[in-house]
Every structure is written in C-alpha cells, then in structure tokens.
Design a protein around this ligand. Sequence first.
Ligand SMILES: Cc1cc2nc3c(=O)[nH]c(=O)nc-3n(C[C@H](O)[C@H](O)[C@H](O)COP(=O)(O)OP(=O)(O)OC[C@H]3O[C@@H](n4cnc5c(N)ncnc54)[C@H](O)[C@@H]3O)c2cc1C
Length: 406
Amino acid sequence: MSEHCIVIGASHAAAQLVSSLRQEGWEGKISIVGDEPYLPYHRPPLSKAFFVGEKTEEDLLIRAADFYTKNKVDLLLGSRVSRIDRDAKKIILEDDAEIPYTKLVLTTGARVRKIPFVGSELAGVFYMRDLNDVKQTHKFTGPGKSAVIIGGGYIGLETAASLRKIGMNVTVIEAMSRVLQRVTAPEVSAFYTRIHTEEGVDIRTEAGVDAITGEQHVEGVRLADGSTIPADLVIIGVGVLPNVELAEAADLTIDNGIVVDEFATTNDSDIFAAGDCSNHYNPIYKRQLRLESVQNATDQAKIAAKAICGKPEVYRALPWFWSDQYDLKLQIAGLSQGFDQVVIRGDSEQGRSFAAFYFSEGNLIAVDAINRPKEFMMSKRALTAGQSADPLKLADESIEIKDAFN
Ligand SMILES: Cc1cc2nc3c(=O)[nH]c(=O)nc-3n(C[C@H](O)[C@H](O)[C@H](O)COP(=O)(O)OP(=O)(O)OC[C@H]3O[C@@H](n4cnc5c(N)ncnc54)[C@H](O)[C@@H]3O)c2cc1C
C-alpha cells in the first residue's frame, strides 16, 4: 500500500503537522479528519479579538484554504473518527467509512470540563472552546446586558475583559480564594483582581454556584450564600480534559493524556500524538507534562513530522504562553508550578507593567511578564539555556535586565 499519513483533529497541531510533513519531504498522501466543520483556525482569539468583533472568521484561519490544495492535503471536515483498528491499520469514521493509514497522528486536543449545574441547559449558558460556541454567544451580548463568568482562570478573565469592552456588566465567580490560583503567584492574582475591579468587573472569590436560574433563557446565577446575580449570558470556564478516548480504546498508553516519547511517538511506532491531547517528558523540567498551549501544539507537531519522515529530533522546547486582557499583554515563559520564591520587578500594586520571576531552590523556573516584552525575551532565552538569575538584581530596576542573569 502507498504511504498515507492521517491526522485526527483539525486544529493548531494538525495545521502545523501537515505543513512540516511536506517540508520534511513526505511524498505520500496526507489527510486531516476533523469533527468541526471548519478549516483549522486560531482558538486564542475566540475569547479576545474575535469575541469583540475585531477579527472575522476568515482572520482566524491558521492557513488559507489554498494551502491545503497546494500541499495535497485532503480535508475531511465535519467527520468524527469513532475507532482506530491498529491491527488492520485503518480508522473508522462515525458513518462506518474505513480509511487505511501507514502513519497516524492524534491531534485530538481537549474539550471543556462540564459541571452539571442545575440550569446549565438554559439558553444563554456557554462553554468557550469552539468557534460554534462563540458564534452563538453573540446573540446574548450587547451594551448594558449582564454576564456572569464561572471560573477565574485565563479564559474566564479574558472573556470578562472582552465583555467589558462591549459595555456589559460582568461578574466573575471563582471558587478558590483568588483568581488564577492554580497558575500564578498571589501578587499576580492580586494585580489582575485590581485591574478587573478598576475596569468595572465584580470579582467574587470563594464563591460557590448553587444553580443557574431562569425559565428557558438564563436569568441569573444563584450562589451558595443564597444571593442571585442577574445574567443574560453565563460563560463557564473551569478547565479542559484531554480527548484520549479514541487512543485508549485502541490500547495506546494513557496517563493524563496520550503518552508519547521525546519524538512524539506513542507505544505504537506508527502512531504519534501532539498538542493538548498528549503527555510528554520535558527535559528542561525533568517531568511529564500535558500542556495546553499553541506553542506546544505547534512545536510538538514539528517533532512528530520529523519522526514520521525518519529524521527524529528530541522535543526540548521551553513552554511559553500568553494572555491578552484590556491593554495588558501577559507573556509567560516556563512553568511556575512548585515555586518557593517570587521576585517582583516593577510595581504590581500600581500601574500596569511588572514582571514576576519564579524560583525553586534558588533556580529561576518561570516568569510572568506583563507589558514587559524585554523581561519575557531575556527570561525565555535564559530558561532555554538552563541559566538562572540573581533575585536581588532582578528586583532592582536600576540594573539592566540583561545583567541579572547568570
Ligand atoms: C478561548 C480560548 C483561548 C485560548 N487562548 C490561548 C492563548 O492565549 N495562548 C495559548 O497558547 N493558548 C490558548 N488557548 C489554548 C490553545 O487554543 C490550545 O492549546 C490549542 O488549541 C491546542 O491545539 P490542538 O491542535 O492540540 O487541539 P485543539 O485545538 O483542541 O483541537 C483538537 C481538534 O480535534 C477534534 N477532534 C477530537 N476528537 C476527534 C475525533 N475523534 N475525530 C475528529 N476530530 C476530533 C476536536 O473537535 C478539535 O477540533 C486558548 C484556548 C481557548 C479555547
């Protein structure tokens, strides 16, 4: 049989993978099978520029339609893969169609974690993951209307900023004692709480949701303390789960994601995985990671393409991420989990620009840089090179940032 690489899922990792496959010299057939009806599109603007109408659907496309034609990539969009038959080396679609492969790549990503709140089926209640979700929210937005966001993570806060931009009354409900608790230092959480409050968002922490209320359309969110916040729109953003069921049913190794080696290869040497669905070993942090970022989807897809083309290269990328809210550009380099010291450069209690450097046992492990591109770039470079920094110099703005690293 002639070579055929099938990619399951049509998003960030898939778009990069097919491009890298051709660049690396893959001459066989390539197909992408994706269950969403769209060409691979950028997800980050869904809670940002697209949400407020500053970007169109066309602007979201990762590659224009003719890219796939020129690169001879067959697209089966709106098609869901229901099974992988590893013995026969074929995939089976929901309509029972069977397609043989020689190489298979799982870029199935993640889906939103759903919480069965009473009332979550009411019109006007949404999760934020897909273009379809966000297109529907537009019917419920407008100046003077009210929105409640359940979850004070990045997506919840970005959506809050977008909704304020279009003149809505916004309340954010967070179960923990501070927003962004899982991912940042208390100083960074306090900063975002201050900014959102200054921008008119009502942030409620340690708040439990009792029910979403309304008849057919959402009318409010009742909290555990008995109070009700009026709402025309409710957005739930409480994290995601990796889409591993297809891989699991095919007996691929699963552990918080599809487990792959440093070449993005699963326990089947003809099956690869990349992006949000995968769990890999990161040599910089010396531990297994499942990341949810465009950087990881893109960089790991390049590694998978190289392995498929017989040019294996170890995946050794520094994780980085960003979040845009109001005029704030947060750039994150590295992973802060497990930090035991935080050093602030600038003033996090006033203004809109500072950087938080995270250390573990005296070693720099990550930075959150807010409107501080230089700090981000220098830290990214240092972290990639395995360098640390002097906390006293980092905290002293009279010392050039480049002189703080060692
Ligand atoms: C609102 C929002 C804002 C974000 N903002 C940022 C940001 O600012 N910065 C950042 O780095 N990241 C951000 N992210 C995260 C980023 O979008 C993800 O990390 C990225 O989309 C992961 O890409 P992926 O290709 O691994 O998977 P996904 O984008 O999850 O795509 C997987 C695709 O596979 C499809 N699929 C799953 N199973 C099957 C099947 N059986 N058959 C066919 N198709 C299937 C899914 O429907 C989906 O279309 C954001 C995400 C969201 C939702």
